[in-house]
Write a protein that binds this ligand. Structure first.
Ligand code: IMP
Length: 436
């Protein structure tokens, strides 16, 4: 497996961090190719848990080169802080490589993210307010500021000045916010530039040379398939290409260089922020009732479903095989890692959504129209649970209870992808490998 792309197969938070951490030691390069510090995952370092938002997980391995690819948006202040935190923990960042073509998140991007959400009111997307969307807007609008612009103070000043001539009137006149001077931005950003300069490089060339040299590369996706700007539940998505194709455009390798695509799938589904979610089990405080509200709360509590980046309670629901099938196709998944299977030990009966129903019509495939997805009712099949048996100590597939295996195998049948990795707890060793 010289190069593998790892992607979220749902709405993010599928447990990508644990699986990346588990397999990253086999790779020479670990590459982030999209998103920014809207992502967040916890890595275990000795007895400590560390939260990473921007740094590729490869930083945890001395031999690996962590790469921030051109498709990532970088908040330099966040990166510098994260590097300092890691160094203080004794984890060296010396191998880090940052693409000169990655775009820079500016202070006004964060202001505009928050202000735009406020403007949307009840229709808000529920963004992380890290400036991700506005930064990608500038990138696509061909007026962004890139990492390489930080290398030359005069170019950086000029670009900031040009950007502010548009941003300041928007901030002041449309949103009633304060504007920025070139000086205050330079005062904040130029010191970051001095710290980050030694790590900036042409990462496309670096990675292609690595492939030619027989090195192994892991592309570490953030967010998930249904949050992808093209294939997700638009407009309730993030602004980047989270699907496997994004690994090529976001790093500069060709699609033919990708050997394996591993989709991370939680044994149930969660989502943060707004947007359609057919199998959602609404919490009581959100108007949910009866057994559904109880089941939703159980998933949240047992799965500890609170965001790493925002601390928000995640919306929870039963496994959705329509999504799983869709994710298999749009990513070209060759393998699946199923995470948090142990959380389902709390249930006597477990539901799987096999299709949707909307206005009398059955949908086995992901519906073309967003309005259908908003009103889709899940068609469930119910499987027996494993009677509270603790599966957290299982280390081989055969040790799992029969009903647990039946659950995994039914999902494989519905989605058409083999589950090569099964996770039964948060620790690295609480994992079952099936041909990975
Ligand atoms: P943004 O990426 O901050 O613009 O947020 C857009 C949408 O993506 C919101 O619904 C966020 O909650 C969601 N989102 C962004 N990053 C993550 C993530 O790492 N996990 C789950 N959801 C995310």
């Amino acid at each position: 497996m010289p190069s593998t792309v790892l992607v979220g197969a749902q709405w993010g938070d599928e447990g990508k961090g644990k699986i990346t951490d588990l397999i990253a030691s086999d790779y020479d390069y670990v590459v982030r190719f999209q998103g920014g510090n809207n992502a967040g995952h916890t890595v275990v370092h000795g007895s400590k848990k560390l939260a990473l938002h921007l740094m590729p997980s490869g930083v945890m391995y001395e031999h690996a080169v962590p790469v921030i690819g051109n498709g990532v948006v970088v908040d330099p202040g966040v990166l510098v802080k994260e590097m300092a935190m890691l160094e203080a923990e004794g984890i060296s960042c010396k191998n880090l490589q940052i693409s000169c073509d990655a775009h820079v998140i500016m202070p006004y991007h964060k202001d505009l993210d928050g202000a735009d959400e406020k403007r949307l009111g009840t229709n808000q997307i529920g963004t992380t307010k890290r400036g991700i969307g506005p930064c990608y807007q500038d990138k696509m609008g061909r007026k962004g500021i890139r990492i390489q612009d930080l290398l030359d103070e005069s170019i950086f000043r000029l670009k900031v000045e040009t950007a502010l001539s548009q941003k300041n009137p928007i901030l002041e006149k449309i949103y009633g916010l304060h504007s920025y001077s070139v000086e205050e931005i330079c005062e904040e950003y130029l010191p970051y530039a001095r710290i980050l300069k030694p790590y900036m490089t042409e990462t496309a060339q670096l990675l292609n040379n690595a492939l030619r040299g027989g090195k192994k590369i892991l592309f570490e996706g953030a967010q998930g398939t249904l949050l992808d700007i093209d294939h997700g539940t638009y407009p309730y998505v993030t602004s980047s290409s989270c699907c496997a194709g994004g690994a090529a455009t976001g790093s500069g390798i060709g699609p033919t260089a990708i050997d394996r695509v591993l989709g991370i799938e939680k044994a149930y589904v969660t989502r943060v922020g707004g947007g359609p979610f057919p199998t959602e089990l609404k919490f009581a405080e959100e108007g949910g009732e009866g057994q559904d509200a109880i089941d939703g709360e159980t998933l949240c509590q047992e799965g500890y479903e609170y965001g790493v980046t925002t601390g928000r309670k995640r919306r929870c629901g039963w496994f959705d095989a329509v999504i799983a099938r869709y994710a298999a196709e749009v990513n070209g998944l060759t393998d699946v890692a199923m995470t948090k299977l142990d959380v389902l030990s709390a249930f006597d009966k477990i539901k799987i959504c096999v299709a949707y129903e909307c206005e009398g019509k059955r949908y086995d495939y992901f519906p073309m129209q967003q309005s259908v997805l908003f009103h889709a009712k899940p068609i469930y099949e119910e499987l027996p649970g494993w009677e509270g048996q603790d599966i957290t100590g299982c280390r081989s597939y055969d040790e799992l209870p029969e009903n647990t295996r039946a659950y995994i195998e039914y999902i494989e049948e519905l989605s058409g992808v083999k589950t090569s990795i099964v996770s039964v707890g948060p620790d690295r060793d609480q994992t079952i490998l099936r041909g990975w």
